[in-house]
Design a protein around this ligand. Structure first.
Ligand SMILES: C[S@@+](CC[C@H](N)C(=O)[O-])C[C@H]1O[C@@H](n2cnc3c(N)ncnc32)[C@H](O)[C@@H]1O
Length: 209
């Protein structure tokens, strides 16, 4: 006698399965960040751009300055893909881009490994309830201090005045870590994509003590 066979739909992953996959992806990203951070060359002073977007700024700066090694980091995959295309097309050997959460990537760097860090127009999180997600806050700024060499520079630029004031206030309370210095030493005239859209910009350079 012929048995009726029932076509079953493919199994729908239950919550624990999607969680497992998510954890696996996080572990993969973490391993990639660790590998990339640990394999950076130490023959040239290291310059980081955190939240580099499509890499416009860093690409033009790196192309003009072969005396330093430039690394751009961003969490957005599409942006990093576009940034990497620029390095390949223009053949810039002292530049690389990595897909990573900057906080994770920086945790794999050695103390005093960097000479400069740029944070240009970080996500503003303007609403009161969201401000806790801003990048330029205590733990991140302490990490910047750990990885910058003595007399290294942190370059910060934003179009959000209260974010700017918040960072200045943190720096004022942590004068043993950083001191504000004249923005005249800003090393590059290149602007970023967000800078081109901004009405007013606020910049400050901090020297690591
Ligand atoms: C407002 S955009 C500015 C992009 C670029 N700096 C500019 O000025 O045109 C902020 C960028 O920071 C990235 N970003 C936000 N949080 C980040 C994090 N924790 N680690 C790395 N990148 C981050 C976003 O994906 C985005 O590309």
């Amino acid at each position: 006698m012929k048995m009726n066979t029932i076509e079953l739909p493919p199994p729908v992953p239950d919550e624990s399965e999607s969680l497992r996959q998510y954890r696996k992806l996080l572990e993969k990203r973490e391993a990639e960040a660790a590998k990339a951070a640990r394999s950076l060359p130490d023959s040239l002073p290291l310059v980081l751009e955190i939240g580099c977007g499509h890499g416009h700024f860093l690409t033009s700066v790196a192309e003009k300055d072969p005396s330093r090694y430039y690394v751009g980091i961003d969490v957005a995959q599409g942006r990093i893909q576009r940034a990497r295309r620029k390095t390949t097309l223009r053949d810039i050997p002292n530049l690389e881009f990595h897909l990573a959460d900057a906080r994770l990537f920086l945790s794999f760097l050695k103390p005093k490994q960097c000479s400069q860090i740029f944070v240009l127009f970080p996500d503003p999180f303007p609403k009161e309830k969201q401000k806790k997600h801003r990048l330029m806050q205590g733990e991140f700024l302490q990490t910047c201090h750990r990885i910058l060499n003595t007399d290294g520079y942190l370059f910060f630029r934003t179009d959000v005045f209260d974010y700017f004031q918040e960072v200045l206030a943190w720096m004022e309370q942590n004068r043993d870590l950083f001191e504000p210095v004249s923005s005249e030493i800003w090393p590059a005239a290149e602007t970023t994509v967000f800078e081109n859209r901004a009405q007013k910009v606020h910049s400050q350079v901090f020297r690591r003590k």
